[in-house]
Design a binder for this molecule. Structure first.
Ligand SMILES: [Zn+2]
Length: 574
């Protein structure tokens, strides 16, 4: 981008924008001599240590050492990527962005359709909201009041109601000039035998707004018994359910946000936000996805899972923990007592009690759940429980934490800590001096043969020259490359996907994309892909052989026979 835009263009841009104005919009600045001062929007403080120098166009915080120019400020504060920040700056400077690549007529058509869908979504949100205050919306309004929402809350969250007639929205939006294509592709309306109908009927409506304040879709909740309880906008040119997180627009711009609180549905999100709890978000009807986790990671490093306290919520929390842990985020769980959901709990005991609820670390929460369905007053129950907990402790990498859990478990079960330690797979002699076991860090080493082959394969897949079916998800060991590959195959563009990644991930994707020797013809690309697939297959076999050879040294009896058989088998496949 930088090279293409040219230094002159950047110079012109920065000469036109006023950093004082950009930062002044989000924190009040006070002038002292040359410089302007404020309480830092990136960390929590009472006396100002955040300073802006209008003459150089730079800012710096003496508290948290964040600094940069208008571009980095927008990126960090608005949680947007470099490209979006640049667009924003160019808009302010009334300059046209240099074109990245020549646009085709199809690109222009796609862009126009997207733009129309965004506009239709805004018009639909307004229509649903207006309907709430008419006779048609009476029962929806009653429902919202019954949950304890006030008019001001309803306005703040832009809530609405889809009328039951089944074509009121279609008629309204047509009268405003929207095309059938935009309404159908935007999942606002459907079409059957040439007749159009509304997708959402007789539901309370929650507009889904992304972190850039665009209405990307809707969630609809039935008021009474009907099915499905929740209905969400399906995938459209402007919305992907796998990427969607409800409530992010309210979390954005909250510079000092410490953690996101993840709840199960829109109603929980609204109720907790209304109580003054910040950074509450929900996934949209689907199970938590890696894409959503990456998106959240762009905002915070910490997540508190706050699912319902019933059995289904607890199961979902365990699954969410499994999803979050590899992301390296600091994740914990609130275990609501008496099977309550977050809203019920806060209504019954208040915000302060909520703040005091323990946030359990993953292993601790798993150990709590390990007791589910067991009667530990019986010997069988106690044994099963102990074995389950020791299994959980195997995954604890922090030695101090490990030791604490071990002692706790020993107290609870009556087994000595040595017995428990042995069961959990750590020799007691290693225990005397608790040294933190190093977490496997992705070292900055050169990629292995296998990684290199997979990076190149990824670049080929992304280049669009390989026929469908040649490359599969399983060909990638790297979860990041695998998921980006899948998203691209599902029709997302790389520039859309990049927006959900953090800096490190973007860097890895870029490095992979640049790993090819140069421009390839379709024929050469396919040839290379097949060679790489063969390399990957062989490399995997030889890795497995190495692993098994290592294990053979200590194996005996049946185990030894089994390994030998597998080894013979593998050697034939090399
Ligand atoms: Zn700071």
């Amino acid at each position: 981008m930088a090279q293409m835009a040219g230094q002159e263009w950047f110079d012109e841009l920065f000469s036109r924008i006023n950093i004082e104005e950009i930062i002044g919009e989000v924190v009040p600045l006070t002038r002292k001599g040359q410089r302007l001062w404020a309480c830092c929007p990136f960390h929590s403080e009472k006396t100002p240590s955040f300073s802006v120098d209008p003459t150089t166009g730079l800012y710096y915080c003496f508290g948290c050492h964040k600094g940069g120019n208008a571009l980095t400020f927008l990126k960090d504060y608005e949680h947007i990527d470099g490209r979006e920040a640049l667009e924003e700056l160019a808009k302010r400077a009334r300059m046209e962005l240099p074109k990245m690549a020549p646009r085709t007529p199809q690109d222009d058509k796609d862009a126009a359709l997207k733009e129309e869908i965004f506009k239709a979504n805004v018009a639909a949100a307004r229509f649903y909201h207006d309907t709430l205050w008419t006779d048609e919306g009476a029962s929806a309004l009653k429902y919202l009041y019954s949950r304890g929402l006030k008019d001001s809350d309803i306005k703040h969250f832009g809530l609405g109601c889809a009328p039951s007639s089944g074509k009121a929205l279609y008629e309204k939006l047509k009268s405003e000039g929207f095309s059938d294509e935009a309404l159908v592709k935007g999942w606002l309306c459907g079409e059957k035998d040439g007749r159009f109908y509304d997708m959402f009927r007789d539901r309370v409506m929650f507009p889904i707004i992304n972190s850039r304040d665009k209405v990307v879709g809707f969630g609809g909740r039935v008021m009474g018994k009907g099915e499905p309880k929740y209905l969400n906008t399906s995938d459209t040119p402007v919305f992907s359910k796998r990427n969607g997180v409800y409530g992010l627009n309210f979390a954005k711009g909250v510079g000092r946000l410490d953690a996101l609180v993840l709840v199960e549905g829109y109603m929980d999100t609204v109720m907790l936000l209304k109580q003054g709890i910040r950074g509450v978000v929900a996934t949209l009807g689907t199970a938590l996805t890696q894409e959503q986790i990456r998106l959240m990671k762009r905002f915070v490093k910490k997540v508190v899972i706050s699912y319902d306290g019933d059995a289904a919520g607890q199961k979902a929390a365990l699954r969410a923990l499994d999803m979050f842990e590899p992301s390296g985020m600091d994740v914990s769980v609130i275990d609501y007592p008496e099977g309550k959901d977050p809203d019920e709990y806060i209504k019954a005991y208040g915000r302060e009690a909520w703040e005091k609820l323990p946030r359990y670390k993953p292993a601790k929460y798993r150990m709590i759940r390990a007791e589910d369905g067991l009667d530990i007053t019986t010997q069988d129950g106690l044994t099963e429980y102990t074995i389950r907990c020791c299994g959980i402790l195997k995954g604890v990498t922090n030695a101090v934490e490990y030791e604490n859990y071990l002692r706790e478990l020993s107290l609870k079960t009556g087994y000595s800590r040595e017995v428990l330690a042995r069961q959990a797979g750590m020799a007691p002699s290693q225990q005397t001096e608790p040294v933190p076991r190093p977490r496997p860090q992705p070292a900055e080493t050169l990629p292995t043969e296998l990684e290199k082959a997979q990076m190149q394969l990824f670049a080929l897949a992304s280049g669009g020259k390989i026929p469908e079916g040649v490359i599969r998800r399983e060909d990638f060991d790297d979860e990041l490359l695998a998921s980006v590959y899948e998203e691209e195959r599902a029709g997302l563009t790389l520039s859309d996907i990049i927006q959900t990644l953090d800096e490190g991930q973007i860097e890895r994707v870029m490095r992979s994309l640049n790993s090819l020797p140069g421009e390839l013809t379709t024929e050469d690309a396919l040839k290379l892909a097949n060679e790489l697939l063969e390399t990957i297959r062989k490399q995997r076999v030889s890795d497995r052989i190495n692993e098994l050879t290592g294990r053979l040294a200590t194996a005996s009896g049946n185990e030894k026979d089994r390994i030998t058989r597998e080894l013979n088998d593998l050697l034939l496949r090399l």
